[in-house]
Design a protein around this ligand. Structure first.
Ligand code: FAD
Length: 402
């Protein structure tokens, strides 16, 4: 009899961790493991704002998959997933097809523009390594063009960021570090460059307490970020955002939208019932009605029953889903009972640039400033270590002192 085949779709936090754990739990005779990913590299999604701002090189944020997953143990397929045909236990890829006995869907997030007119067309997104690099290059191009143009228009140097959640705030935190470097490089007066953050909600970073939020706003404002809070974006045009009741146009040369994410569109293409673009999974992380399909990471809508709302989509949760998912696949193979996912909240940390940040950790302790920035590096390095071991940590880790 042939071995059962476990197919993992997506090599982000959830997919890499699941694959790694499966290789540790199962011996090669028990099951064939296949990992499918669009690229031959894994990237740290939580570092993409740094790639977009240009404060780290894109190569630091990515790792060749075969450097951390043994291709003799796991079959690696680099291709794009188009859809899953659940009734036939088959995955349709751009260039081939693949059957499975057990399937893990961990294809991550895509940006959600909430239907704001023009946002898809005129704004850039921090979505993957390529889009992040495009932002960095576009921004630098604006500086070069400004320097070399005869009729200088300072609006071209304005960087407009929509959304004040994790991604938007961490991105402007990196920009306050990067902009002075670009000004120096191209001999441009720093006062000509504006970094504007626009948010419809009255405040930023809703996951943090007010005192930490106040700290973050003050720290970023001091370093040159202009906040337009409680300001609804009506439309995005080639020139900038049209905002508020009086349809004010905020002009910019670089426009970035970070206001929301949703699950990968492959879920809808595959006929899963969706809750805001994700699949509401059972306690054991299987898709409803499916015995052999797990949906994890940012594709999964996992309810926090105590709070009556879903857990936020985070790398922390994605890696914990992976542990439960790998345990449950092992249980299915061995006919053991499955376990339910229990989130172990280790806290929340947001960076505000290289040397500043805010954090709420474990027992509710709050940190701000350098200590929070250090905590952020510890979290980033821990994820590297969990996914790729000491080797990946030493190659890509954030180990330089401030
Ligand atoms: P991902 O890590 O996004 O991985 C998905 C993988 O699937 C990728 O490798 C992708 O290439 C691949 N893929 C996608 N579509 C296809 C396809 N069709 N075919 C084949 N492969 C495909 N979370 C935190 O916990 N802490 C933070 O500080 C934090 N900061 C963040 C900062 C930024 C800028 C961003 C963007 C996110 C941040 N997050 C943070 C959220 C975190 O990054 C996500 O929750 C996490 O990446 C989800 O993991 P995942 O494995 O589900 O998806």
């Amino acid at each position: 009899m042939s071995k059962p085949r476990i197919v993992v779709l997506g090599a982000g936090y959830a997919g890499m961790m699941t694959t790694k754990r499966l290789t540790q739990k199962l011996n090669p005779e028990e099951a064939e493991i296949v990992l499918v990913n669009k690229h031959n590299y894994h990237y740290q999604s939580t570092w993409l704002h740094e790639v977009a701002a240009g404060t780290i090189n894109h190569n630091q944020a990515r790792t060749i998959i075969s450097d951390v997953i043994n291709p003799n143990r796991v079959r690696l397929i680099y291709d794009s997933v188009a859809k899953v045909e659940k009734d036939e236990n088959k995955v349709v890829l751009e260039n081939s097809e693949l059957s499975y006995d057990y399937l893990v869907i961990s294809l991550g997030f895509v940006t959600n523009t909430f239907g704001i007119k023009g946002m898809d067309k005129h704004a850039m997104f921090i979505q993957d390594i390529d889009t992040a690099q495009m932002i960095r290059e576009h921004m630098e191009y604006q500086f070069i063009q400004y320097k070399n143009s005869e009729e200088k228009n300072t609006d071209d140097l304005t960087i407009l960021v929509g959304g004040a959640g994790f991604t938007g705030i961490e991105f402007v935190g990196e920009l306050v570090e990067k902009v002075p470097q670009l000004c120096k490089k191209y001999d441009i007066d720093r006062r000509h460059v504006r970094i504007i953050n626009v948010e419809a909600a009255p405040s930023i970073l809703p996951m943090f307490d007010k005192d930490l939020v106040d700290y973050a706003i003050h720290s970023l404002e001091q370093r040159g970020v202009e906040f337009r809070l409680g300001t609804k974006i009506n439309e995005c045009t080639e020139e900038g955002f049209i905002v508020g009741e009086d349809n004010e146009l905020i002009k910019a040369g670089t426009i970035v939208w970070t206001g929301g994410v949703t699950g990968n569109p492959v879920l809808g293409e595959s006929g899963f019932e969706l809750t805001r673009g994700k699949v509401t999974v059972n306690g054991d992380l299987r898709a409803p009605g499916e015995e052999n399909i797990f949906i994890i990471g940012d594709c999964a809508w996992v309810m926090d029953e105590a709070a009556g709302r879903p857990f936020p989509p985070t790398a922390q949760a994605a890696m914990q889903h992976a542990e439960t998912c790998a345990n449950n696949i092992e249980a299915l193979l061995h006919n053991y009972p499955l376990e339910n996912f229990v989130f172990d909240d280790k806290g929340t940390v947001a960076s505000l640039g290289v040397t500043d940040g805010i954090a709420t950790i474990l027992d509710g302790t709050k940190l701000s400033g350098k200590s929070a920035a250090t905590m952020k590096k510890v979290v980033d390095n821990r994820a590297l270590f969990l996914i790729g071991g000491l080797n990946m940590f030493l190659k890509k880790g954030k180990i330089r002192p401030f």
